[in-house]
Design a protein around this ligand. Structure first.
Ligand code: GLP
Length: 249
């Protein structure tokens, strides 16, 4: 893993945004894996600004999101469809037919998993952006998810639902399930770029980097990925031990 520790959230967003900008400029036909949550917001703002400055086009880019809640209509403000439209898609020139997000509204979820998985099999992702849950989850692959799992309907842990409660009016409103890419799909990406910010992520970041590769910490699988870049701010790096901690200075 290539680990880069930056000062704060603003620098994290710029560095991650710059890596994605470089890819979009080098390969305007790339397949880009996208993430949701609070962490990538600054990265999407950075990309929007660079797009508005005329530095790249997303006309021929295909995007593939990690996951989508079940039980929320697509138009719900907290669906990941809404998130992607508000925070990126509405501001760039990506074409509707090139945006892919698991579909969960009023349909056979198993069939949708199979469809999404077939799509991922036929479009290898050039770069997959990832956040991380405080329990080490990636996408919605919670602790205990087998590393070879492909797209599936995940049960969200209580911890994850509590973490995400801030986006909803109450804990009860937080969905209990979601369709997510599996770890098997994520590991197929040519490159992965994981970003994490803040003290709340410090413990799982240390486990991901220095702990054993174990299904108990899903993100630890990235130790086995041939091209994984991890960008963390000083707060998320604050519990790092071992070699990576030397970067803290
Ligand atoms: C959700 C998403 C993950 C994301 C995680 C952390 O569970 N499914 O993809 O990484 O939240 O989100 P945040 O960046 O808000 O801490």
């Amino acid at each position: 893993m290539n680990i880069k520790i930056v000062k704060d959230y603003a620098e994290l967003s710029n560095v991650a945004g710059e890596i994605i900008t470089d890819l979009l400029r080098e390969n305007p036909y790339c397949n880009l894996g996208l993430a949701t949550g609070g962490t990538p917001l600054g990265t999407y703002q950075y990309l929007t600004a660079r797009f508005k400055a005329g530095e790249f086009s997303m006309r021929d880019v295909r995007t593939f999101n990690l996951d989508e809640y079940c039980g929320l209509p697509r138009c719900h403000p907290e669906s990941y469809h809404s998130f992607m439209y508000s925070n990126l898609f509405a501001h760039v020139d990506i074409r509707e037919e090139n945006m892919h997000i698991p579909y969960t509204e009023g349909c056979d979820l198993q069939e949708q998993c199979e469809r999404y998985n077939a799509l991922l099999d036929s479009h290898r992702i050039d770069l997959q952006l990832l956040g991380i849950g405080s329990n080490g989850h990636i996408g919605f692959c919670e602790p205990g998810t087998p590393f070879d799992r492909e797209t599936f309907v995940a049960q969200l842990s209580e911890e994850t639902r509590r973490d995400n409660q801030r986006f909803f009016n109450s804990f009860e409103e937080v969905p209990r399930t979601a369709i997510t890419m599996g770890i098997g799909n994520i590991m197929q990406a040519r490159r992965v770029l994981l970003i994490a910010s803040g003290e709340a992520k410090a413990e799982c970041i240390n486990q991901m980097i220095n702990g054993p590769v174990t299904e108990r910490v899903p993100a630890s699988v990235l130790q086995n990925h041939p091209d994984a870049t991890i960008i963390i701010d000083a707060a998320a790096a604050s519990r790092l031990t071992g070699k990576a901690a030397a970067q803290l200075g």
